[in-house]
Design a protein around this ligand. Structure first.
Ligand SMILES: Cc1ncc(COP(=O)(O)O)c(C=O)c1O
Length: 442
C-alpha cells in the first residue's frame, strides 16, 4: 500500500460522490486503501471482508494477478486504438471468448463502458432493429416497477425506482411498466425461486392489449432484480414473459449486469432459468470491475438485420470512444482466464447451499422480516423504523463496516453478493457479522 493512500486528505469537499449521502460520509469517511482476494484494507489498516464483490462486480476477488499483469502488459503495448473504423486484435479475441461462454444463440457482442451504457445501447438496438426490418412503428419499451437499469435516460425510463426517476423530468416517452414481482405476504423466507407470482407476467398481455403489439419494440427485465433489493422471479415467470414476447414479435432483453458471469452459479441467468432472451446486457463481472467495460450480446437475427445496404456505410450509428478499449479488453481476458482456471462461473452452484443455510440462520434475529436467496445473492429485509425508512439498514451498513464487513443496503434491505472465491468459513464469518450488527442496531 503506498503511503499516499494511507492518509485521509483533510479536505473532502471537492469530490461530489455518486449515490452517496455526501454530508454524512464527509463527517465520518469510510475509506478503502487496498484490496486482496476477499478483503479490503481500510485506511486505518483494518481488514474488511468484502460481502458485496465491490458493487456486485469483483466476482474473481481483488487484485488477481492474471488481471493485473494483463493490464500492465497492455498499457505498455497498445494503450488506445480508435474504436470507429479501426480495430485491434484483442477486441476480436475477447469477442470470440465471450461468445464461447454466452448463452446459446448469442453470436455477436457490442462494447460499452458500463451497465448504464449497455442498457441504453440495447434499447436503441431494439428500436433500430425493428426499423431496419421495415417495422418502424415498434418503438415502445416496456420495463418493470422496481427495475434498475442504470442511470442514463433510457435506463431510468424503463427502470422503476422512484428516487432514480422523480427528479429528472418526463424521461423517455412511450414507456410502460410491468408490475414488480415482490410478494412478501406469500413468498417471505423462500429459499431459491418463489412459488407464487408467475401470473404477473400475464400483465404483459394487458399492456399489449392497451398499446397493440405493433407499437412495442422490447421488454427489458433483470432476470433477478439486484439493486432494488434482490427480487427473485417467481417459478415460471421468465418463461411466461418469453412466450408472450415471442407470440407478439417483441424482443426480450435480459439485463444481466449483476447476474452475468457466474453470480447464480451458472455463467448467465439465462442459463440458470433456461430462457433465451434476444439481447443480454452485461458489464461489471466482464472485467471483474477492474477497468470499466460493458458488453451487449445479441442473436444473429438481430445483428444480421443491420447488415444490409451499401457495404461502405456504417450500419449502426452508435458507439463510444472507449468501446472495446484495449486495456479494458486485456482486463476482460485476464478475468476470463481467472474464471476458467478457478471454475468461478459455476463455483456459485457449489457454494449456494451453504450460503442459503447460513443466510436463513438469521431468521428470528431482531428486525428481520424476510430472507431470500438465489445462487450467490442473498437479501435480508428489515422492518423499517417507523417514520425513518432506510435508517435501520444504513445503521447496519455503517456498523458492519466498523466491525470489518462490507455489506450493501437498499432501503431497508441488506444485500449480499460476495466474490465467487469466498470460502465456506468466510461465508459463516460474513453472516456472523450481519447477525452481530442486527443485534446492535436500533
Ligand atoms: C441490472 C443493472 N443494470 C445496469 C446497471 C448500471 O450499471 P453501471 O453502474 O455500470 O452503469 C446496474 C448497476 O448496478 C445493474 O444492476
Amino acid at each position: 500500500m503506498s503511503n499516499r493512500l494511507k492518509v485521509t486528505p483533510n479536505d473532502l469537499n471537492a469530490f461530489w460522490m455518486p449515490f452517496t449521502a455526501n454530508r454524512q460520509f464527509k463527517q465520518a469517511p469510510r475509506m478503502l486503501a487496498a484490496a486482496k482476494d476477499m478483503h479490503y484494507t481500510a485506511t486505518d489498516g483494518r481488514k474488511i471482508l468484502d460481502g458485496t464483490a465491490g458493487l456486485w462486480c469483483v466476482n474473481a476477488g481483488h487484485c488477481r494477478p492474471k488481471i493485473t499483469e494483463a493490464i500492465q502488459h497492455q498499457a505498455a503495448e497498445l494503450d488506445y486504438a480508435p474504436a470507429f473504423q479501426m480495430g485491434h486484435p484483442i477486441v476480436f479475441e475477447l469477442s470470440n471468448r465471450l461468445i464461447d461462454i454466452a448463452p446459446e444463440g448469442m453470436e455477436h457482442v457490442f462494447y460499452t463502458n458500463s451497465g448504464s451504457e449497455s442498457v441504453d445501447t440495447a434499447l436503441k438496438m431494439a428500436i433500430a432493429y425493428h426499423r431496419a426490418r421495415g417495422d418502424g412503428s415498434r418503438t415502445r419499451l416496456i420495463g418493470r416497477e422496481r427495475g434498475y437499469h442504470g442511470v442514463n435516460f433510457g435506463g431510468i425510463s424503463v427502470g422503476g425506482i422512484v428516487n432514480n426517476r422523480k427528479m429528472f423530468g418526463t424521461l423517455l416517452t412511450g414507456v410502460d411498466h410491468l408490475p414488480h414481482t415482490h410478494l412478501p405476504a406469500k413468498n417471505a423466507f423462500t429459499r431459491g425461486v418463489p412459488e407464487h407470482g408467475a401470473e404477473l407476467a400475464d400483465e404483459l398481455e394487458r399492456i399489449v392489449a392497451l398499446h397493440d403489439a405493433s407499437t412495442i419494440a422490447a421488454v427489458i427485465v433483470e432476470p433477478v432484480a439486484g439493486s432494488t433489493g434482490v427480487l427473485i422471479p417467481p417459478k415460471g415467470y421468465l418463461q411466461r414473459l418469453r412466450e408472450i414476447c415471442t407470440k407478439h414479435g417483441i424482443l426480450l432483453i435480459f439485463d444481466e449486469v449483476i447476474t452475468g458471469f457466474g453470480r447464480l452459479g451458472t455463467p448467465f441467468a439465462a442459463d440458470y432459468f433456461g430462457v433465451k432472451p434476444d439481447i443480454i446486457t452485461t458489464a461489471k463481472g466482464v472485467s471483474n470491475g477492474v477497468i470499466p467495460m460493458g458488453a451487449v450480446f445479441v442473436t444473429k437475427q438481430i445483428h444480421d438485420a443491420f447488415m444490409t445496404g451499401p457495404e461502405h456505410l456504417i450500419e449502426f450509428f452508435h458507439g463510444y470512444t472507449y468501446s472495446g478499449n484495449p486495456i479494458a479488453c486485456a482486463a476482460a481476458l485476464g478475468t476470463l482466464d481467472t474464471y476458467k482456471e478457478e471454475g468461478l462461473l459455476t463455483r456459485g452452484a457449489e457454494l449456494a447451499p451453504h450460503f442459503e443455510e447460513a443466510l436463513h440462520s438469521l431468521k428470528g434475529e431482531p428486525h428481520v422480516i424476510d430472507i431470500r436467496n438465489i445462487g450467490m445473492v442473498g437479501a435480508i429485509e428489515l422492518e423499517p423504523i417507523a417514520g425513518s425508512p432506510s435508517k435501520r439498514a444504513f445503521q447496519a451498513f455503517v456498523k458492519a463496516f466498523e466491525k470489518g464487513a462490507l455489506i450493501r443496503t437498499t432501503g431497508d434491505i441488506i444485500a449480499l453478493s460476495p466474490p465467487l472465491i469466498i470460502t465456506k468459513g468466510q461465508i459463516d464469518e460474513l453472516i456472523d457479522h450481519v447477525r452481530e450488527v442486527l443485534r446492535a442496531v436500533d
